[in-house]
Design a protein around this ligand. Structure first.
Ligand code: UD1
Ligand code: UDP
Length: 360
C-alpha cells in the first residue's frame, strides 16, 4: 500500500482533511502530521472530535512566533519525519505556514507533493498566505484546484498537465455536515466568560481574523462600528489572534449589538452561516460558505480571494470602515440557483483518484 503523509496545522485544514482523509484511507496508508500551529481545544481538538478525524501520528507542537521562526521550526521537524516515514507523496492543503513548510521539506527530499486548493491568487505578496500559495504551487507535482479561476492562474504561471479541477473539499464538507444539522449544534456557543449564548432569531454572522484587520485598533474598530449600526445582533466567534484586542475595544466602548463568543466548532459555524441574515468576514472559508448557503456576504479585504463568489454582488469587498461595510451590506442580492462553480460536493473522491493516477 502506498504511503501518503498528510500535513495540517490550522483550523481550515482540519475541515478539508476530514473529508479527504475518509476517502484516502480506503486505499492508501495515511500518516497524519499536525504541526501544532493551532492548538487551543476549540481551534484544533474540537474538529478532530466532531468530524471523526483520526488522531495525528505526529504532533510537532510548533506554534506562534514570527512567520520565519514558525516556518523554520516546522521545516526542520517535518524533514525529520519525512526521512523517517519515507512517504510516496506529501499531501498539503491551502495556504498556511504549515502548508509551505511541508512543501519545502518534501521537495528538498524529492518527495512528490500534492497541493489541494492550488492556484488561488490575490495578486499581492503583502498577504502572507499569498507567499505560501505561490511557493507551494511552484514546488508541487500535482495541483488540485477548486474552481476555474485557479486553473487560469496556474496556466498563466506556466503549469499545464499537473493542473486538475477537482472542486472544493470545503463544499463537500458543507454539503455533508449541513445535512446533519438539527439546531442542537447551537447549544454550545459560549461567551468569553464561558456563559452560554442564546442565539437570536435574527442575526448577522461575523468572522474576522486576518492580520490586515486585526493588527490595528483602527481597522477592527471600523468593523465593530459597522456591526453596532446593524438592525439585528451580530454573532462573532473571536479567533485567539485578536481575542485581547476585541475584548479591550469592547471595554472602551459598549458594543451592545456585538455578541463576542469563543471560537465555535465546525457544525456550529456552518449552522450560523445557514441561519444568518448576512455574513461579514475576512475568512477564505466563510466567504465560500456564505456563497454555498446563498447568503449575501461582505468580505473586509482589499483583494478578491475567490472570484467565483463575487459575481452578481453575492460577495463584495469592503474597507474596514463603518460606512463602506454598511453600504455594501445594504445592496440587494439575488442568487442564481443554477450557478455552482465549486464542484458537485464530491471533490474528495476526485482528489484521491488523481493521487492514484499520479502514483501508478
Ligand atoms: C493562520 C493562517 C491563515 C488562516 C488561519 C485560519 C498563516 C500565515 N496563516 O492564521 O492563513 O486563515 O490560520 O484560522 O499560516 N493562537 C492561539 N491559539 C490557537 C491558534 C493560534 O492562541 O489555537 C495564537 C498564536 O499563538 C498566534 C496567533 O494566534 O499568536 C496567530 O496564529 P497563527 O497560527 O500565527 O496565525 P492565524 O492568524 O491563526
Ligand atoms: N469556523 C469555525 N469556527 C469559528 C470560525 C470559523 O469552525 O469559530 C470555520 C468556518 O465555518 C470555516 C473555517 O472555519 O469552515 C474557516 O477557517 P478560518 O476562517 O479560520 O480560515 P480561512 O478559511 O480564512 O483560511
Amino acid at each position: 500500500m502506498k504511503k501518503i503523509c498528510s500535513v495540517v496545522g490550522a483550523r481550515p485544514q482540519f475541515i478539508k482533511l476530514a473529508v479527504v482523509s475518509r476517502v484516502l484511507r480506503k486505499e492508501f496508508q495515511e500518516v497524519l502530521i499536525h504541526t501544532g500551529q493551532h492548538y487551543d481545544h476549540n481551534m484544533s481538538d474540537v474538529f478532530f472530535e466532531e468530524m471523526d478525524i483520526p488522531k495525528p501520528d505526529y504532533n510537532l507542537g510548533i506554534s506562534g512566533g514570527s512567520h520565519g521562526k514558525m516556518t523554520g521550526e516546522m521545516l526542520e521537524k517535518l524533514e525529520e519525519v519525512f526521512i523517517k516515514e519515507a512517504p510516496d507523496m506529501v499531501l498539503v492543503f491551502g495556504d498556511t505556514n504549515s502548508t509551505m513548510a511541508a512543501a519545502l521539506a518534501a521537495v528538498k527530499l524529492h518527495i512528490p507533493i500534492c497541493h489541494v486548493e492550488a492556484g488561488n491568487r490575490l495578486g499581492t505578496l503583502e498577504s502572507p498566505e499569498e507567499v505560501n500559495r505561490i511557493v507551494t504551487d511552484h514546488v508541487s507535482s500535482l495541483h488540485l484546484v477548486c474552481t476555474p479561476s485557479g486553473v487560469e492562474f496556474l496556466r498563466r504561471e506556466g503549469f499545464q498537465d499537473s493542473v486538475v479541477l477537482v472542486g472544493d473539499p470545503m463544499y463537500d464538507a458543507f454539503c455533508y455536515y449541513t445535512r446533519q444539522l438539527d439546531g442542537s449544534e447551537l447549544a454550545g456557543i459560549v461567551d468569553f466568560q464561558g456563559a452560554p449564548l442564546e442565539v437570536p432569531a435574527k442575526f448577522y454572522y461575523l468572522t474576522c481574523h486576518r492580520q490586515e484587520n486585526t493588527d490595528t485598533d483602527e481597522n477592527l474598530r471600523g468593523i465593530f462600528d459597522a456591526m453596532e449600526a446593524l438592525d439585528a445582533p451580530v454573532i462573532y466567534p473571536v479567533h485567539p489572534r485578536n481575542h485581547s484586542r476585541a475584548e479591550r475595544l469592547c471595554s472602551q466602548r459598549a458594543y451592545r449589538n456585538l455578541l463576542l463568543t469563543q471560537p465555535v466548532g465546525y457544525q456550529t459555524s456552518i449552522s450560523l452561516v445557514n441561519r444568518a441574515e448576512k455574513i461579514v468576514t475576512d475568512s477564505g472559508g466563510v466567504q465560500r460558505e456564505a456563497f454555498f448557503a446563498k447568503k449575501p456576504c461582505v468580505t473586509v479585504l482589499d483583494y478578491v480571494g475567490w472570484p467565483e463568489t463575487m459575481v452578481n454582488g453575492y460577495n463584495q469587498l469592503a474597507r474596514p470602515e463603518k460606512a463602506d461595510i454598511l453600504e455594501k451590506l445594504s445592496r440587494p442580492v439575488t442568487f442564481d440557483p443554477a450557478y455552482q462553480p465549486f464542484g458537485d460536493g464530491h471533490s474528495a473522491e476526485k482528489i484521491v483518484s488523481e493521487i492514484r493516477k499520479f502514483l501508478q
